[in-house]
Ligand binder design. Sequence first.
Ligand SMILES: NC(=O)c1ccc[n+]([C@@H]2O[C@H](COP(=O)([O-])OP(=O)(O)OC[C@H]3O[C@@H](n4cnc5c(N)ncnc54)[C@H](O)[C@@H]3O)[C@@H](O)[C@H]2O)c1
Length: 253
Amino acid sequence: MVANVENKRVVITGGASGIGAASARLLAQRGATVLVSDVNDAEGDALVASLNEAGAKAYFCHADVSQHADVKALMTYAMEHLGGIDVLINNAGVDHDPAPLTAIPQEAFERNIAVNLTGVWHCMRECIPYMLQQKAGQIINVASVAGLRSSPMIAAYSAAKHGVIGLTKSAAVEYARANIRINAVCPSFIDTPMVQNTLKKVDERAQKAIIGANPMKRLGKVEEIAFAVAWLSSDESSFMTGHNVVLDGGMLA
Ligand SMILES: NC(=O)c1ccc[n+]([C@@H]2O[C@H](COP(=O)([O-])OP(=O)(O)OC[C@H]3O[C@@H](n4cnc5c(N)ncnc54)[C@H](O)[C@@H]3O)[C@@H](O)[C@H]2O)c1
């Protein structure tokens, strides 16, 4: 049994890389129509071309989620090309170099809030009116275990991800009667370009601490998050809203 997402019309932000790309691939393989959005046009175009070559129905649309006008145009594009939005996956994200709170550069703090938190709000704000018209929809916000617990040295990232969980819970209650379900996924460290980039910047002790941060003593794989995203995208999760799916190798246990 696999989560049935056939014919679902899906918009995924930050879909050109890592967790977003794995989710786009899995959903497309399972028969969803996927609109990949990203600021990285080259990787986004390449992914969409490979999905279409494999027989899927995929589109690419450039959008910087921190820019409200981009997001508005993205949702318009989705309505024009997909004819509706059944699933919105708010996955686009950035991190910042590890630093104690007082040493985080102003620009890094503001960028983490602008992309990771305001970006999610922009997407929900522009997509929910269409879902209200459709009288149905699912939203999946990619948060993090950093949104559930302390995350020393990445306070700006952690603050933004805590905010995403707040948006998720509040909106889920607001729109539950409208048949719009809103949940979050909370991964721990996953093997993506974002984490590989961090591993390059820290010393060997910190690398070991990151990789061994959970009882399984390994990084998660992107597919392990994509499977949860697919289940949340399907009608099999129909009684779930306002919650977090924690995928952390037991880190928070
Ligand atoms: N990798 C992890 O360990 C981990 C853990 C928990 C949560 N997350 C979250 O998962 C999501 C995906 O991360 P990833 O690890 O796959 O990273 P990644 O860097 O591989 O992918 C992130 C994608 O987001 C895009 N992006 C960045 N800024 C954007 C913007 N302003 N507008 C649109 N797109 C933008 C990037 O171009 C990139 O394609 C992020 O929200 C991240 O915070 C990752």
